[in-house]
Structure formats: C-alpha cells, structure tokens
Design a protein around this ligand. Structure first.
Ligand SMILES: Nc1ncnc2c1ncn2[C@@H]1O[C@H](COP(=O)(O)OP(=O)(O)O)[C@@H](O)[C@H]1O
Ligand SMILES: [Mg+2]
Length: 432
C-alpha cells in the first residue's frame, strides 16, 4: 500500500456521485457440487445509503456480504462466483485483499473472531500499523474515531476482560479507524444486550452522518428501522422484494411470519401459550424443574446466588440481562458444567446431582462451532443419536435439515448450524 505524506492516501478513481458505490450484477454463487447459493443477484448501493439485507436463515445474506467484502471468493475456495461485483470500482475477485480492505470494513456477529491483540489500544492501531501508517497519524485517527463514536471508555483495556457489547464496540471502532467508505455488518447484534444494541445503533448513525455507506445483514428489524433507506428481502439466494422503512415496520404479524422475519418490536417475541415459569414457590414441582438456593461461585466470587425458580414441563423460560451478568454461567451451572455450585436442582421432584444434570440436559452454546465435530450433517446427528439412529430422519426433517444432510457442518449458514446443534441436542437428555 502507498502511504503519502503520512496519511492514508486513497488515490484510486472515485466513482461519480450518482454511480453506485457497491454494485452486484447477475451475481451467482455455486458450491463445487453445483448447489446454487446466490442466483442472479442484482444490487446497487449508492454512497451514503444504509441498506438492510433481511430474510430467513440460510437464504444467502451472509454470502452477499462476503461478495462485497471479498471473503468470497478469496477465503471460500468451495464457492464459485459468477456475474460482476464492483466495490469502489474494484472487483473483489480481482484485487488484493489489502486494497479492498482500505475501502470496505467488516463487522461480524462474533467480535472475538476479529481480535488480534490483547489490549484495546493495540487493536485500534493494528489495521493502520499493518498498512505502514506513521505513529502520529495513527494516534490522530484513533482520537478522531474515539471522539466520533464517544468511545473513550474503550481505550487502554484488556480485551479479554471486556463485555460482549464493549468488544463489539471495539471491533466497530477498529474498523472506523481505517476510515473505509463502505461498512459491511453481518448480524452485528446477535450477541448484544439492549443497551449494547442502542450503542451500536448510535455508532451506525454517526458514520451515516459522515456520509459513509452501510450494508447490514440483520434479523433484528426494529433496531435498524430508523436508519435504513431500504430493506432488501433475500429468499433462496434471490433478491425477491424491496421494502421502504415504513413498509417494513407496518408489515402485519402474518405477513412477517410468512416472510420468516422476526418481530420489529422485541416484546412480540413473548409467547402467551406457554405455562409460565415463576420464581420459586413453596412447593417443588412434581413435573418440571425446580431450583432452590442455586448458587454459583467462580474464583471464590459469587456469579449468582440463591436462585429459587420453578419451570413447569412444556414451558419456555427466557433469561434476560445485560452482557456479562452471568446468563451463560447460569446455563452452564444448570447443565452441570460448573464445578462450584451450591443449592439444589430437582427434576420432577427428584434431586439431580451435577453429573446427573450433565446426562439429563442438553446445552446449545452461543458459538455452536464448538460443538459440531463430524463431517456431514447426517453424521453429526448420528453421533448424538447413538442407539436412536432410527429417529435421525425424523429429527432432520423437523428442523428443515434433510436437504442438507450431506453438507459439511462448517459449510452451513449460521442459522443452519444452530438448527443442527438443536437437532443433536434433541437426542441428549432422554431423547427427542
Ligand atoms: N462454504 C460454503 N459451502 C457450501 N455451502 C455454503 C457455504 N457457505 C454457505 N453455504 C450455503 O449457502 C446458503 C446461504 O448461506 P448464508 O449466506 O450463510 O445464509 P444467511 O446468511 O442468509 O443465513 C446456505 O444454504 C448455506 O448452507
Ligand atoms: Mg448469515
């Protein structure tokens, strides 16, 4: 990369103001087996636009983002891309990644996958250092970003001690330090709590105010509704519809459900038909899970203490709370994966010791990549099914995975991987 006068020079041809900054024309992506992932996708995004990519999981949203940030084809050798893609007048398939990286910044679902350093300050400087920018300019760029994003609290921190929301803010700031023209975000809110989502919203608003172009693949429609210019609905690898923000928020529940889109209002996610869970009553449930005085220590500190809770069979309980309060630890403790727990856990009135909880429960983790081991969807399920192999077809079918049974688990979309982890979990803890 050429660096002129200590500043990051962008000496390439700039598209004229009315030309799209990002343009996909007749883009088709196929696997080496011939499966079509994207089918003749046309998409033109102008400078300063904010575009939402929405649609069911596995329909091609992430693949569109990867065509734009160049991960397809550079880092996906099993995907062949046809048609033309132009990003700031580059074709990501033909240019060096470092050239493209100056123009396109990416934020993914899992911030951990994007860290290279132990401290936040090193992380903020990393991209520019790698580009050979001088120390004064780097410092200046970091100051500008921190000011613009109101991110002073992120400086000088140990990355491993940051909350999930702070990590995602740091990734966003590290991308912003590079001052790209286009920001591509793939489900950036997936691991964030409400407050962190609000902060991310404000950060996106700040870069849009500076005339940047933003493309976001996202399930949470409500979080973006006031920022986007339009939403592109992708189904089976095709651009099927385009919505204005007002059309998007005025979809009826039925329309939204038919499109496989999530609620625009978070409270719509509650299901009134389930029997309610409640904080511990006087009597232990005879059918269901009861916790009494359930406590978990880590490094001699209480992560949570004396929780009393009753969850009747057939009910779904949501556990909410800010990033870092201990939701994951609670689930791990409940599943028998934390050593230092106290109090009692009872299933249908009978106490369950830690080891018994490991057999009785199934845990689908936040990052399901840690729990998929096999070389195909079917084999992964059979591995979990053990003596219940006869039910694999039924479970694959129930989770809409049958047509993917020969696919390698790592070549699934995020949502498909999660469904596979749920399919396997159905075989544990007493079978489906
Ligand atoms: N590397 C790959 N090899 C084969 N198929 C893939 C690969 N990556 C994604 N796919 C498939 O492409 C389809 C679209 O995936 P993706 O773009 O991740 O969808 P979304 O982001 O909408 O959930 C899915 O069926 C997925 O399984
Ligand atoms: Mg995706």
């Amino acid at each position: 990369m050429k660096v002129a006068g200590g500043a990051l020079a962008k000496e390439m041809h700039e598209p004229a103001a009315d030309e799209p900054l990002v343009e996909l024309r007749g883009v088709t992506c196929r696997t080496l087996d011939g499966d079509v992932i994207l089918d003749e996708v046309d998409l033109a995004v102008r400078r300063g636009e904010c575009v939402l990519l929405c649609g069911r999981s596995g329909m091609g949203k992430t693949t569109v983002t990867k065509c734009i940030n160049g991960l397809v084809p550079a880092f996906e050798p099993s995907i062949e891309r046809g048609g033309s893609v132009s990003v700031c007048d580059f074709d990501p398939a033909d240019c060096e990644m470092y050239e493209l990286a100056r123009r396109v910044g990416s934020v993914f679902q899992n911030p951990k996958s994007q860290f290279f350093n132990l401290t936040s300050s090193d992380e903020l400087a990393f991209g520019l250092e790698a580009a050979g920018v001088d120390a004064d300019t780097i410092e200046q760029r970091i100051c500008e970003t921190v000011d613009a994003l109101r991110a002073e609290h992120l400086l000088g921190r140990n990355v491993t001690k940051m909350s999930g929301g702070e990590k995602q803010s740091l990734v966003f700031a590290s991308v912003d330090v590079m001052d790209p023209d286009v920001y591509v975000l793939d489900e950036p809110t997936a691991n964030l709590d409400a407050e962190a989502i609000r902060i991310l919203h404000d950060q996106i608003a700040a870069i849009l105010a500076r005339g940047k172009t933003v493309i976001v693949a996202e399930h949470r429609l409500y979080f973006m509704a006031d920022l986007i210019g339009r939403a592109i609905y992708i189904d089976a690898g095709r651009v099927m519809r385009e919505f204005s923000p007002s059309e998007l928020v005025s979809l009826t529940d039925d329309e939204r459900e038919n499109l496989g889109l999530r609620a625009t209002d978070p409270t719509d996610a509650m299901n009134a038909d389930c029997p309610p869970a409640r904080t511990g009553g006087a009597s232990i449930l005879s059918r269901g899970l009861s916790l009494r005085g359930f406590t978990c220590l880590r490094n001699k500190q209480q992560v949570f203490e004396r929780i009393d809770l009753d969850v009747p069979r057939g009910s779904v309980m949501g556990i909410m709370g800010a990033n870092g309060v201990g939701k994951t630890t609670f689930l791990r403790a409940l599943s028998g994966l934390e050593r230092t727990t106290d109090g009692s856990v009872l299933l249908d009135g009978a106490p369950l010791a830690r080891k018994a909880r490991r057999r009785a429960g199934s845990l689908v983790m936040q990052d399901v990549n840690h729990q998929l081991f096999s070389d195909s969807v079917r084999n992964e399920c059979e591995l979990s099914a053990g003596s219940e192999a006869g039910r694999v077809d039924e479970v694959l079918d129930a989770l809409d995975l049958s047509r993917l049974e020969d696919r390698h688990p790592m070549a699934l979309s995020g949502g498909q991987k999660q469904r596979l982890a749920v399919a396997c979990a159905l075989f544990w803890g007493g079978g489906p």
